[in-house]
Design a protein around this ligand. Structure first.
Ligand SMILES: Nc1nc2c(ncn2[C@@H]2O[C@H](COP(=O)(O)OP(=O)(O)OP(=O)(O)O)[C@@H](O)[C@H]2O)c(=O)[nH]1
Ligand SMILES: [Mg+2]
Length: 248
């Protein structure tokens, strides 16, 4: 079970009935769960606004990178931090349940990085980011990437105070992800379709993926790229630079 949002088996385990439904339970027990979630999200939103004010005051572009595990978030960062070194000032917060593997990869690019381990938690929250930022001495006029825990569900609910939310899907995941996990695509401002170098080998309809993503979020921007081959990376860099130059 997730230690913070309670999304694990103890609150949402419905093995006794198999029909699909939302979580608006009518019984008293179900209502208690909803109250707890509302309290957690309310407190999170207050702290997220505090983070947002901090970032805006220093003209720090905070980008929350979300995806299912292994879509290529860290690979995207490694290549971006290397290619744009000297052009933009970067810092990174890494979120994973365990290990400092991703922080080590970012550190190897020469970028300031802080690893957050969430333990049993399945997402970052605004308080974790606040705590990390307090120890980072972030520079003004910089870009802060926050790589969330690999999970297409819970991170959608937790505002971190970011300006942009970029959801990464890779072509090995199936083009129906936007329909299956609409909250994540609805709350994102950019969708990156990664691993396009694998398109000749997998059954993935890029146009369908884009159609589904725009169905849940008509204003979602979409970039196709490959962190491995580099194809499409320039589109991502152009998007990034346009956001840095746009006043908050
Ligand atoms: N073929 C191909 N492989 C890629 C690409 N981008 C990433 N990968 C591979 O995908 C795997 C996962 O990449 P990561 O960057 O660690 O993914 P992640 O989203 O950071 O994973 P978590 O942090 O565990 O959620 C690695 O083996 C990468 O080498 C790509 O564009 N093409
Ligand atoms: Mg990663």
């Amino acid at each position: 079970m997730c230690a913070t949002c309670g999304c694990g088996p103890s609150s949402h385990d419905h093995q006794d009935h198999e029909h699909g439904h939302d979580h608006s339970h009518q019984n008293g027990k179900g209502k208690k769960v909803i109250d707890v979630e509302q309290d957690i999200l309310h407190e999170n939103n207050l702290l997220a606004e505090r983070n947002r004010g901090f970032f805006e005051g220093r003209n720090i572009l905070a980008i929350n990178l979300v995806s299912s595990p292994g879509s290529g978030k860290t690979s995207l960062l490694e290549r971006t931090l290397t290619d744009l070194k000297g052009e933009l000032e970067f810092a990174v917060i890494e979120g994973d349940q365990q290990t400092a593997n991703d922080a080590d990869r970012i550190h190897a690019t020469g970028t300031k990085v802080t690893q957050i381990n969430t333990g049993k938690g399945c997402h970052l929250d605004a308080h974790m980011v606040l705590h990390a930022v307090q120890g980072m001495k972030l520079k003004a006029d910089s870009v802060l990437f926050i790589e969330n825990v690999g999970n297409l569900v819970c991170p959608a609910m937790f505002d971190l105070g970011e300006k942009e939310r970029a959801v990464v899907i890779s072509v090995t995941e199936g083009e129906d992800k936007p329909l299956k996990y609409p909250d994540m695509f609805h709350s994102s401002t950019l969708c990156i379709i990664n691993k396009t170098d694998l398109l000749p080998y997998v059954k993935f309809d890029v146009e369908k993926a884009k159609e589904y993503a725009r169905k849940v979020n008509p204003s979602l921007e979409i970039i196709e790229l490959s962190c491995t081959s580099g194809e499409g990376m320039q589109l991502w860099y152009d998007w990034l630079k346009s956001k840095v130059l746009t006043p908050a």
